[in-house]
Structure formats: structure tokens, C-alpha cells
Design a protein around this ligand. Structure first.
Ligand code: NAP
Length: 282
């Protein structure tokens, strides 16, 4: 069934760089169609230094808002007039909603998506049961660290290529910071490890993480979902570790975003994971 775009169509989207690979438009547009909402959701690539101008240009239009992806999640918080406490804590936002008079409200639903993904694919995981290693220190890592702490994790270990960025995150939110060379030590007693780096997304590099150092039963999660089974997850599977994929997180963070844009939760009975898997060719 094709939809008609009218003058009243409510527009939202995802802004990032690169963004053409995003599956978010597939999820949101499928939900819009199933719910019979006059809305549309598009992907917008934003120039490297253009994020603030982009938001400034849209905030007083009829746009509902935007999801924000890499590398703008930290910038997204700074352009907002108000922010949900979880976004303030993470100092990063993945959701901007444009309100009356051009007010911009920021939120961070990545943590909700992460929790949903673990609940679906590794229900045995208990964040209170031991150390969790987060690889990366960008906007997504910030959301993950805050969500893990909210779930009761008292030992979050942030490992990043640029140590200073890991230290800055740990100074903001708490947790330990380590350089990439110390990943093996950090992983040795971990109950879970989460890849929140963008390695491989645009640079073609494969993440070189010493997963063999993890103990049996350590849950391995990759926020990257393209391909669904990344080399990181393939290595975890080969080691016999339980895994959680990034697609489950993407869908988990998209649900509250949809509700914020279109005023109602997405239809529960539509299998958007199957649609996304088809798009991924998985
Ligand atoms: P970001 O703010 O740009 O941060 C990127 C992070 O990746 C930084 O910590 C960076 O380290 C690290 N990195 C980049 N290339 C690397 C390499 N070759 N080796 C090791 N580390 C490298 O990006 P973000 O917004 O946090 O997003 C991170 C990833 O999470 C992206 O792949 C994004 O698509 C994914 N994500 C997925 C979901 C989902 O729902 N599945 C949600 C959010 C994010 P430096 O600090 O040293 O540069």
C-alpha cells in the first residue's frame, strides 16, 4: 500500500554522518503505515560542522524532530533548551523533539534500547553481578554507561582508543577508564562487554578486541548492526559467548522516539525486526 504525502504530513528523521546506511527510516515508516499515521521519516546527512545550524534551521518549522546518530550525539545535547535527566547525565542525546516556539527538547533513548536488547537476547544478564566493559567513549558509550549504572552496575570499565576521552567520560559519569592496550585486563572478569565504537562503520577497519580474555558466560554485545553478525560478534560466538546484536538495540531505542514524534507508541504487532533483517540481507 502506498502512502500519500500531504501538506499536513508530520516529518521526522535521523541526522548523522554517515547516515545513508541507517535502518531507522525502514522501522519508522513501517510503523507509520501500519498505524495509519500521516507521517514520514527520512535520513539526513549533515555536514561535519553543520549540526548546530541544521537544528537552528529546523526548530521553528513544522518538523516533529530528529533522532541523532554519530558523530553528533554530544553536540545534540548542547543545542537543546531542555533535556531529560538521563540525557543530561549521559551528556549526549539521540532524540531532539521540536516544540512550540522552536523549543528543542533532548532525550537519550539509547539506554532504553540497550536494556531492551539485553532483556530480549540475554535475559540471564544482571548488571549488578559484576564488571561491564564498554568499548568506546563517544555519544553511544555515554548512553550505555548511564544505562548500566541505572541498572545497578557498580563497575563500568570504559576502554577507548583515545584514553583522554575515556577519562572524560569516567569523570562525568563515574567508572574506570583504560587505554586500548589495557583491554585484555579489563575484560578478564567482565560479565558483559559492549562495543560502542564506530570502528568499521566508515573506515573499513575491523575492531581488534581481545575477546578471548573474557570468562565463559560473558555476554558480548555489538551496537553495530551492519552486518547483523559483525566480526566482533562472530568471534564471540566462536568462543561460545552469549551475544546480543545491535539491531535489537536499534528497535528498542526507536520505539520511544516514534512515540515522541507521532504522539502514540508504534503498533506492537508489526515484526519490524523481520523487515530490517530483509533490508540487511540477513
Ligand atoms: P562517536 O561519538 O563518533 O564515537 C565513536 C567511538 O568509536 C569513539 O570512542 C572512537 O574512539 C571509537 N572508534 C572509532 N574508530 C575506531 C577504531 N578504528 N578503533 C577503535 N575505536 C574506534 O559515535 P557514537 O555515536 O558513539 O556511535 C558509536 C557506534 O554505536 C556507531 O557504530 C553507531 O552506529 C552505534 N550505535 C548503534 C546504536 C543501535 O541502536 N544499535 C545506537 C547508538 C549507536 P576515539 O575517541 O579514539 O576517536
Amino acid at each position: 500500500m502506498s502512502r500519500t504525502i500531504s501538506g499536513a504530513t508530520r516529518v521526522a528523521g535521523v541526522a548523522g554522518r554517515p547516515v545513508a546506511h541507517s535502518l531507522s527510516p525502514i522501522l519508522h515508516n513501517a510503523w507509520l503505515e501500519a498505524a495509519g499515521i500521516d507521517g514520514v521519516y527520512v535520513a539526513l546527512e549533515v555536514g561535519e560542522d553543520g549540526f548546530a545550524a541544521f537544528v537552528e534551521g529546523l526548530r521553528r518549522t513544522s518538523w516533529a524532530g530528529v533522532n541523532v546518530t554519530l558523530p553528533f550525539k554530544e553536540a545534540a545535547l548542547t543545542v537543546a533548551d531542555e533535556a531529560h535527566p538521563r540525557a543530561q547525565r549521559a551528556r549526549a542525546a539521540n532524540l531532539l523533539v521540536f516544540g512550540d516556539g522552536g523549543r528543542v527538547r533532548a532525550d537519550n533513548t539509547d539506554g532504553l534500547g540497550l536494556a531492551t536488547a539485553f532483556a530480549e537476547q540475554a535475559p540471564q544478564f544482571d548488571a549488578r553481578s559484576g564488571p561491564v566493559v564498554v568499548l568506546g567513549a563517544g555519544g553511544a558509550a555515554r548512553g550505555a554507561v548511564a544505562a548500566l549504572q541505572d541498572a545497578g552496575c557498580r563497575d563500568v570499565r570504559i576502554v577507548n582508543r583515545t584514553l583522554a576521552r575515556a577519562e572524560a567520560l569516567a569523570a562525568d559519569l563515574g567508572g574506570g577508564a583504560a587505554a586500548w592496550g589495557d583491554a585484555e585486563t579489563a575484560l578478564q572478569s567482565a560479565v558483559a562487554v559492549i562495543n560502542a565504537t564506530s570502528a568499521g562503520v566508515a573506515d573499513g577497519l575491523t575492531l581488534d578486541a581481545p575477546l578471548a580474555a573474557t570468562p565463559a558466560g560473558c555476554v558480548v554485545m555489538d551496537m553495530v548492526y551492519m552486518p547483523l553478525v559483525t566480526p566482533f560478534l562472530a568471534l564471540a560466538k566462536a568462543l561460545g559467548r552469549p551475544t546480543v546484536d545491535g539491531l535489537a538495540m536499534l528497535i528498542g531505542q526507536a520505539r520511544p522516539s516514534f512515540e515522541a514524534f507521532y504522539g502514540q507508541p508504534p503498533p506492537a504487532n508489526l515484526d519490524v525486526r523481520a523487515l530490517a533483517l530483509k533490508a540487511l540481507g540477513a
